[in-house]
Design a protein around this ligand. Structure first.
Ligand code: KG4
Ligand code: ZN
Length: 356
């Protein structure tokens, strides 16, 4: 009997993506149509531009995934789609396409949480389960730590009180005059910079707990780059400061992320760390987390590079939902922000996030 196939759709932010995944977890096609060029002039994602681009790209992307995996629509067992969290207009494009396919093909619809999928990506292609573990999602919209008991049981234990780590990379890149998305630009500029050239803060490390804050670090970079607010503040960053500031910022952000991950491992007692999300593609971070886990004698599973930034293959988590009989109805809706209320002792003030 042919391995059953699932079509997965992702449109939560600025990537239109479709994948075909078999029941044994094989990714048969993984198509990602990135919109980066459309948002570059703005230094960040513009929601209305994103949703319009999803409308134009969703059907060709789905068609490519089906073609590449030699899958006919009649071969599909189910349709999975990211329904939360993310940009509402963008999510609706994917959800509408998924509902239409599920209804017309008379197959189950499965809705997927994007953050859960980022963690699930860490175990894809592995022979043994990566759970239980500490899950760490570091993306453009989230910097969340989870106590993960199984592939479908994640409890949030820490998060950012303001900017997410990826958001800080994007905003610092803008300050330094580097192109969007900021993470890869900063990583590149940092290669020729001195990470010790500027002393930058390591926010929230002196406080107990598992929360993060990156907006103060971003402001520290702004003042170092252009001076403090006032008549003498520069409007652009002098070119000779860019690489040193990129390197100093990247090192400060990575320091915080590694130390908080270490703290989460200690707090939960888990013997494995799973790391996903766009920022998990950062080389310095991957090396830092790997070193920390090795010295703590803890296993580490970082999502493969192609599954760090947004993609539909990680919606393979839908197979877990199907095994538990968890399907969605055709009146399923999207959700913009976070759904999980974090444990009270780990939380301070939270600003609701609207991007993925
Ligand atoms: O997971 P993702 O594709 O989308 C969200 O769910 O937000 O993450 C995008 C974020 C962006 O902020 C981008 O600047 C960051 O991931 N990013 C990186 C790197 N590649 C992407 N940050 C640091 N270093 C990288 N190499
Ligand atoms: Zn993401």
């Amino acid at each position: 009997m042919q391995n059953r196939r699932l079509l997965a759709i992702e449109s939560s932010c600025d990537e239109t993506a479709a994948a075909v995944i078999s029941e044994d977890g094989q990714v048969l096609a993984n198509i990602v149509a990135s919109q980066h060029e459309l948002h570059q002039d703005f230094g960040g994602v513009v929601p209305e531009i994103a949703s319009r681009a999803h409308v134009a790209r969703i059907l060709p992307t789905i068609k490519s995934a089906l073609k590449e995996s030699s899958t006919a629509t009649g071969d599909l067992h189910a349709v999975a789609v990211t329904s939360e969290p993310g940009l509402v207009g963008s999510l609706l494009v994917g959800l509408t396409a998924a509902k239409t396919l599920a209804m017309s093909l008379d197959i189950p619809l499965v809705t997927v949480n994007h953050i859960d999928a980022h963690i699930y990506a860490c175990g894809m292609g592995q022979k043994t389960s990566v759970f239980p573990s500490v899950g760490f999602v570091i993306s453009g919209g989230h910097t969340n730590l989870y106590d993960c008991q199984s592939a479908t049981n994640f409890k949030m234990i820490g998060g950012t009180t303001d900017d997410a780590a990826g958001e800080a990379f994007d905003k610092v890149a803008r300050i330094l005059g580097l192109p969007y998305p900021g993470g890869p630009s900063i990583q590149k500029a940092a290669e020729s910079g001195d990470p010790k050239a500027w002393t930058l803060p390591r926010p929230m490390l002196k406080k107990p707990g598992l929360d993060f804050s990156f907006s103060g670090l971003k402001t520290a970079v702004l003042y170092a780059a252009r001076g403090v607010p006032g008549p003498n503040q520069l409007t652009t960053t002098p070119q000779d400061r860019v690489s040193d500031l990129a390197a100093s910022f990247q090192t400060a952000a990575v320091d915080v992320l590694v130390k908080k991950a270490q703290r989460a491992l200690k707090a939960t007692g888990h013997r494995r760390l799973c790391v996903g999300g766009g920022v998990a593609a950062n080389r310095l971070l991957r090396e830092g987390l790997t070193r920390m886990c090795h010295s703590a004698k803890v296993a580490i599973s970082i999502a493969p590079m192609e599954l760090c930034t947004d993609n539909a293959a990680m919606a393979a988590i839908a197979w877990e939902h199907l095994r538990h009989g968890k399907t969605a109805q055709l009146d399923a809706d999207v959700l913009a922000g976070l759904i999980r209320v974090p444990a009270p002792h780990t939380r301070t003030k939270r600003k609701p996030k609207t991007d993925s």
